[in-house]
Design a protein around this ligand. Sequence first.
Ligand code: PA5
Ligand code: MN
Length: 193
Amino acid sequence: MSDYSALPVPPMSIRFDQAAGTLSPAGPTLTRRMSDLEGLFRDQNSWRTAVADGDPIVYSVVSSPVPEIDRELPQSITTIHPGTTGGEFWMTKGHQHPNHQGEIYLGMSGNGGLLMFDGKDTRWVDMAPGTIGYIPPGWAHRSVNVGSEPYSFLAVYPGGAGHDYSWVLENGLGQRVWRQDDGLAFVDYFAEV
Ligand code: PA5
Ligand code: MN
């Protein structure tokens, strides 16, 4: 028997509802409003206007009861509402895992994408129900709703990975995702638009 026999949580079954984007039993829920995304949208004037004009919820993250501690494997469901700010699709803040470890996302509903950046190269994975997006260790990542419905996905990640949001503020994510006609376009992260 390993030295890890005294588990913080017991073996359990966690039910996820694909349509509702919920976990049961659930842990904490995080709600990110527009004001929480300071410094992230390219068009800061449009961001300020959106904050003043009701400060809408951009996304929410429902966690399972599995804690974010080393050797545990927590899960969460993120739901990003549809929308754009200054033409840029609504998105998560994006982060780097400081203790570089991999992560998987499973698309559950809606249409989105997974933007990844390792400080040099950028990758985009289209996400739809049934798609697994793999984030290798050391790649910062952000999710983007590119559709007209809420986009939900399940994330599974090592509990000791940590979340570094300042890395994205300093280094960006390589590219940004814009609405263009009925589709999307990519522009360099720090480009003037
Ligand atoms: O661990 C993950 O990558 C996800 O659970 C994200 O934390 C979630 O999608 C919310 O994004 P962010 O943490 O960038 O606000
Ligand atoms: Mn992550």
